[in-house]
Design a protein around this ligand. Structure first.
Ligand code: NAP
Length: 250
């Protein structure tokens, strides 16, 4: 390995930003954070940053070689469906050790009324008859399939304004960035007379308030399942990620 370990950090999450801040203060590590570039105003990232897709496993494999990357930490979001697989493949090809930092999913507890959905098409099938007023928190992608639900009113929470008009007949957009407190989420549900929540199982604290709010109000949650993750070393916390790194650089 080179004197300073060259590390590629696949980001797009709060955990990745926290890791970048830790690496920026560590003289043993030269870290590059990579973002897809979807967010118009991403949160500030400490240290070196690159933005934009690599061009699949082939592109990433070439990047690993060009940048002489020693280690890769994949801290992409649990619902990033493609990047983790490309990272796994490229790292195998280049012999680069890879770790996935994957937030543990939430587990339902007593009082939760979760209804599993494999994807947004499945959400579309599950909503009619369940609710007429729905709080949708899955982001602005893949909403086209909901367009036929012309009798359902949606409250859609997004971090940034939609790039194109939403394809929904009845909806209100609410722009907000977490964390969200349960108390405020309950007020939001009540103010909009919400009858069901649609959520990803993102895990973590920042967006758990809506799950607690739905439980407190006895409302159903249509929970979109996570995409399949590649096999390989996976940890659930930043500390475990740092411990993995220590074993490779000390
Ligand atoms: P995805 O389906 O796995 O990625 C789609 C494509 O975007 C990838 O094939 C790759 O392009 C590029 N890409 C993704 N992450 C990248 C990264 N960190 N650096 C460089 N290129 C990246 O993921 P996604 O669902 O579109 O999410 C995009 C980004 O937003 C991810 O970094 C993820 O962490 C973050 N994010 C996603 C969600 C979500 O719900 N999906 C939520 C919050 C944050 P190439 O094939 O050209 O390399």
């Amino acid at each position: 390995m080179a004197e300073r370990v060259r590390l590629l950090l696949l980001g797009g999450t709060g955990e990745a930003a926290a890791l970048a801040a830790r690496f920026a203060g560590d003289p043993r590590i030269e870290a590059i954070t990579s973002l897809a570039g979807r967010t118009q105003a991403p949160a500030a990232i400490a240290g070196r940053l690159r933005t934009g897709g690599f061009g699949g496993a082939d592109g990433l494999s070439a990047y690993l070689a060009d940048e002489k990357i020693d280690l890769l930490i994949d801290a992409t979001h649990p619902y990033a469906a493609r990047m983790p697989h490309a990272a796994a493949e490229a790292c195998i090809r280049r012999g680069v050790p890879r770790l996935r930092l994957l937030r543990p999913p939430w587990a339902s507890i007593d009082g939760d009324r979760w209804i599993g959905a494999s994807d947004m098409t499945d959400v579309t099938a599950k909503l009619p008859g369940l609710a007429r007023r729905v709080f949708l928190t899955t982001g602005q992608r893949d909403l086209d399939v909901l367009a036929p639900l012309i009798d359902i009113w949606f409250l859609i929470r997004l971090i940034e304004p939609p790039v194109t008009p939403l394809p929904l007949a009845l909806c209100e957009i609410r722009l907000a960035r977490g964390p969200f407190r349960t108390k405020n989420e309950i007020s939001l549900f009540r103010d909009h007379r919400i009858e069901a929540l649609v959520s990803k199982n993102s895990g973590g604290e920042a967006t758990y308030g809506k799950i607690e709010a739905a439980r407190a109000l006895g409302l159903p949650v249509v929970m979109v399942e996570r995409p399949a993750a590649p096999t390989g070393e996976t940890v659930g916390t930043i500390d475990a990620c740092l411990a993995w790194l220590e074993t490779r650089i000390s």
